[in-house]
Design a protein around this ligand. Structure first.
Ligand code: ATP
Length: 246
């Protein structure tokens, strides 16, 4: 059995006095592509932010490769090999692709920047062809790829990606998801938050459903239909189940 590289137990977290995660348990083994889904407000983005040290942790633990990281700050978490791609546009629009990648390399020594940028261009050839284009002049899909690339440049062991499909055309969504699949096939562990359940279920090896700040279903996408998923989102249970554990 593959050891989990990320092991979350009884995680409670939120914003100030507001509790959003109410006891999340989740193990993610190395190399897995996990889609985190659930209704609006379930706490999916909050879980990613918590893993990246951006919320108030109130209980439980986040064990990352044998170490509890729940009290670490974002910069230390990044140094541990966890990168976060936040929701929405977060590049520097009046800088070129090249310059954006240079900004993303701020933690690296100057002598390493070029090699790391070339590494990213090898992974994302689309970006190489746009290297002198201002980020803000690229399509939404290309900008999303750039944001993934800026996170990947840190050579993370796990990539946290929050709703990459937001605001993208179906074609652009296809390109972004194909790229995520490709880097996962090359060994990249991915924890993806996604509202586009159809797309997420098509690419991920595992679906984890969050509702009211707790994991209520965890399994292979092939083991759940879209109707069942909708039912889970709405009621927190599958048809025929009477017990609702909240
Ligand atoms: N910075 C914040 N301060 C206070 N409350 C917040 C903050 N960010 C999110 N929340 C609240 O936390 C709850 C969970 O939000 P979160 O974004 O994690 O949900 P989500 O499952 O990702 O939903 P969606 O799919 O709509 O993005 C929501 O009620 C939201 O209003």
């Amino acid at each position: 059995m593959v050891e989990p590289s990320l092991s979350i137990k009884g995680l409670r977290a939120g914003y100030g006095s507001l509790d959003i995660l109410n006891g999340v348990d989740l193990d993610v083994p190395q190399g897995q592509f996990v889609a985190l889904m659930g209704p609006n407000g379930a706490g999916k983005s909050t879980l990613l932010k918590t893993l990246y040290g951006m919320t108030t942790v109130k209980g439980g633990s986040i064990n990352w490769q044998g170490k509890d990281i729940s009290a670490l700050k974002s910069r230390a978490i990044l140094a541990e090999g966890i990168s976060w791609v936040p929701q929405g546009r977060c590049n520097f629009p009046v800088m070129t692709v090249d310059e954006n990648l240079q900004m993303a390399a701020y933690t690296l020594r100057d002598s390493k920047v070029k090699a790391e940028r070339d590494y990213v261009y090898n992974l994302f050839p689309i970006l190489k062809t746009r290297r002198n284009t201002l980020a803000g002049n690229m399509s939404g899909g290309e900008q999303q790829l750039l944001e993934v690339a800026m996170a990947v440049l840190q050579r993370p062991k796990i990539l946290l990606v929050d709703e990459p499909s937001v605001g993208l055309s179906p074609t652009a969504i296809g390109i972004v998801f194909d790229e995520l699949l490709r880097i996962n096939a090359a060994g990249q562990t991915i924890l993806l938050v996604e509202q586009n359940t159809k797309k997420a279920m098509a690419v991920a090896q595992r679906a984890v459903i969050l509702r009211l700040g707790k994991v209520i279903w965890d399994g292979r996408p092939a083991d759940i239909t879209h109707d069942e998923l909708g039912e889970l989102f709405l009621t927190g249970r599958m048809r025929g189940e009477t017990d609702v554990e909240q």
